[in-house]
Design a protein around this ligand. Sequence first.
Ligand code: BDR
Length: 324
Amino acid sequence: RVPVILDVDTGVDDACALLFAARHPGLDLRAVTCVGGNASLADVTRNTMTVLDIADRADVPVAAGAARPLLEDPVDARHVHGADGMGDLGLSPSRRRPEARHAVELLRDELLAAAADGRPITLIPLAPMTNIALLLRTYPAVAEGIERIVFMGGAAASGNATASAEFNVFHDPEAAAIVLDACADLGIDLVMYGLDVFYEPMITLDEARALQSHPGNGVADLAGRLIEFGCRRFESDATTIGDAGAVCAVADPEGIGTVPLPIRVELTGRYTRGRTVVDHRDWSGDLAHDPHGQSDVVAEVALAIDGPRFARLWMDTMNAGPTP
Ligand code: BDR
C-alpha cells in the first residue's frame, strides 16, 4: 500500500478526496493536516474529522495548522462550498479533538519516522500550501521521508480564482513559491495536478443519487450528497470529483500523463499574482541562458488524465463502503 498524508481545507471536494484516501485499499492514510482555505481553520478541522468518522477512520491523526496565508488576508470560498465549508449537509459534527500537535509538527514526526523506516510517504496537498511551506523551511530534513509531493493547485492554462490564478495558489502565492523552491533545493519530486485536468473526472447527478441508495453505507451516502451539492451549486447535471482526482492519480498512476516543465509562481503581477507560470518552450537548448532562473524548478505537470477512469475508480471505492 502507498503511504500517504493529505493536507486539506475541507471543502466539498476535499471531503471526496478524504473518503477516497480513507477507503481505497491501495492507500495507507497515515495522517491528515488542515489549513485555512475554502473555510476557516476551525471549520476545516471539524469537517475533516467528521468525514473521517463517517469513513470509520477515527484512527487517522488529524492536526490543525495555519489559520491564514503567510502574507495575504484569508479569503474563503464559502460561496462555492457552503456556509459550513462542506455543503451545509447537516451532518453531526465529529466529537473528536484534533491532535495537540500543530500540523507542521505532525507532518515532521510522520515524515521523519517514515525516513527512519525507509518507507517514504507521498504528500498530497489539496489546499493552499501554507503548512507545507512552513514544514519544508523549518524542517528540511523531512525531505528524506517524502516519496514525492502531488499537489492539487495551479494551472498551465487558465485560472479560476482569477483569470490567471487557481484558488489554492492564489490564496497563498508565497507559500506555493516557497514549496516549489524548496522541492528544487531538497530534491523532492513534484507533480502538479492543476486545473488543466481538474474538471475531467465527472460524476453525474443520477450517479450521485444512486450512491445514496445503499442503506448502511455511510461512505457512499456522504459521497452522493457531496456530489449532489456540487451539481446543484453549479446548476449542472454532473460535477467533478475535484481534489479527489489528485488522490486517484496516486492510487492509479496509469491514469495520469505528466510532462516535466519549468514552473514558477507569479508574485507581483496586478492581474497575474498567484499564476503558475509553466514554461512550454523547448528547453533542449541551453538552460543556462534563462534570465529569470525559471528552469531551476521543474514539476511533472499533469496535462492529460483519463477522467472517466478516475471517476469510475472513485465511484467503485465509494460503493465498496466502509469495509475495505
Ligand atoms: C481548488 O479550489 C477549491 O474550491 C477546491 O477545494 C480545490 O482545492 C480548485 O481550485
